[in-house]
Design a protein around this ligand. Structure first.
Ligand SMILES: Cc1cc2nc3c(=O)[nH]c(=O)nc-3n(C[C@H](O)[C@H](O)[C@H](O)COP(=O)(O)OP(=O)(O)OC[C@H]3O[C@@H](n4cnc5c(N)ncnc54)[C@H](O)[C@@H]3O)c2cc1C
Length: 448
């Protein structure tokens, strides 16, 4: 019996139940299809293709060592799989349950219907079992391997990402090891500042999103640490935190929420040019690195929707295109939370996430001349006009006022919501009278 194993977000040979199951019963044709339904152009960009390319290279090498390299094709999944099935007289297709976008789930269901209709054995397995399974030996099948075209050739948006995490299993394993051994002993991301969270977070999200590592393998590494005599309590608490985060991931992936329709947002918020330094620094960090800590992401999403009035679809798809770890199930759940969560003042929240201003200074070098005391609100700095003209924009909105207006709007839309309604008040903030509105007057010459 020749089985075709269809890889999608499970780019590994270790702890791969579909591959192990198929290989136990005969030769296997391992296939990855670069399909626009799976890599939706509205949510995918050059950085994902680069990470994917590095991860597929590793997968191909690992499969070749086991006995049968990867078959990589570009096109419509159903057409590609149908051609390979006919050519090799495949009798069974084995794959993992799809946990990605609605379109990806529909595509897998469609392939399943087609396979069953053709009398093929269609087997869909959970992506990871109770115990990680080991990589199986593979019998060779004669079929060309194929290459992944570049992102531009595939029609994806250019998206330079100089600080992107490298793809591939080696990089993922190294992240896991350094987190459990050292990095996780820093302040947990929920209490850390943005620069601290960059180091103390597990940073496993792109490896999990592409399935280069499985959650089961990570749980097994955590269990080994727990069983290590004399393991430091700080290491054990990092392991506990990771276990809790993996549970959240499971929940998101088993109960995906509806995805709103709409194109990625553009404009000042999307470019990190709102004139609100922490918000802009967070966006520029995401643009340059493809990653952001959880609280800063939440603030970006909430500010985009609540203060800038952008729709959830636009905000979510822009974040998706920038996040190397884009995982539709997690993204849309978090977008729903951010849309319904507390309305945040990005300056006040920014001060908590970046009390020393180190994060702003790193990602907004144009604010170098601004003294620490004015870094979160450069418009209050008397020298701003002279020193920042042409370099950094004037704020596009007054943060405290916009937050209050958003609260008032929410209270009007849902009068029964209690506290939020009673806190709505007119925009008579001293910040506006003393600084922001004055700063927006005709005498202001900052670059607009
Ligand atoms: C608006 C918004 C969009 C997000 N989009 C994504 C996304 O596309 N992909 C993504 O992986 N995470 C997303 N997250 C969740 C979270 O911010 C990232 O998982 C986290 O920052 C990744 O860093 P880490 O690997 O160091 O995570 P850690 O906090 O160390 O967690 C370890 C792993 O647990 C999972 N995880 C962490 N937080 C969550 C969560 N809230 N829900 C479900 N699983 C979680 C991730 O796989 C992560 O790699 C989003 C959060 C927000 C607020």
């Amino acid at each position: 019996m020749l089985s075709l194993v269809w890889f999608r977000r499970d780019l590994r040979v270790h702890d791969h139940p579909a591959l192990s199951r198929a290989a136990a019963e005969g030769p296997v044709l391992p296939v990855y299809v670069v399909d626009p339904v799976l890599l939706a152009p509205d949510e995918t960009s050059e950085r994902h293709i680069a990470f994917l390319g590095e991860s597929l290279r590793g997968l191909n090498e690992d499969l070749a060592v086991l006995g049968q390299p990867l078959v990589l094709r570009v096109g419509d999944s159903l057409e590609v799989l149908a051609r390979l099935v006919a050519k090799h007289r495949v009798t069974r297709i084995v794959t993992h349950a799809e946990t990605g976008s609605r379109a990806a789930r529909a595509l897998v269901a469609q392939v399943g219907d087609w396979a069953r209709g053709r009398g093929l054995d269609w087997l869909v397995l959970p992506e990871t079992g109770a115990q990680p399974c080991t990589a199986p030996a593979l019998q060779p099948v004669t079929e060309g391997t194929g290459v992944l075209p570049g992102a531009r050739a595939l029609g994806f948006t250019a998206s330079p990402c100089p600080f992107r995490q490298p793809g591939g299993r080696e990089a993922g394993l190294q992240m896991l090891e350094t987190y459990l051994a050292v990095r996780g002993q820093g302040l947990p991301p929920a209490r850390a500042t943005a620069p601290e969270a960059e180091r103390s977070g597990a940073r496993l999200s792109p490896y999990l999103a592409f399935g280069v590592l499985s959650a089961g393998e990570i749980r097994a590494a955590i269990a080994r640490l727990r069983d290590t005599p004399g393991a430091a309590p700080e290491r054990l608490s990092a392991a506990r935190l990771l276990t809790a985060q993996l549970k959240r991931r499971d929940t998101a992936r088993t109960a995906p929420l509806a995805e709103p329709e709409g194109a990625p947002a553009t404009g000042a918020w999307a470019r990190g040019e709102t004139g609100l330094p922490f918000l802009d620094a967070a966006m520029r960090a995401l643009i340059a690195s493809g990653w952001l800590d959880h609280r800063s992401r939440g603030l970006l999403a909430a500010a985009g929707m609540q203060l800038h009035g952008l729709g959830a679809a636009g905000v979510g798809r822009h974040l998706a295109r920038l996040s190397t770890d884009h995982d539709p199930a997690i993204l849309w759940r978090e977008m729903a939370r951010a849309g319904q969560g507390p309305i945040l003042d990005p300056v006040a929240t920014g001060r908590k996430l970046d009390p020393t201003g180190a994060f702003i200074r790193r990602w907004l070098p144009e604010l170098k001349p601004v003294p620490d005391a004015h870094l979160h609100t450069p418009w209050f700095w008397p020298e701003a006009r002279r020193a920042l003209a042409g370099r950094y924009p004037e704020p596009v909105l007054d943060p405290a006022c916009a937050a209050r207006e958003a609260r008032a709007l929410r209270a009007r839309m849902a009068p029964g919501r209690g506290r939020t309604g009673s806190r709505a008040m007119p925009c008579d903030d001293p910040l506006i009278e003393g600084g922001f509105r004055a700063a927006r007057g005709p005498q202001m010459t900052l670059d607009l």
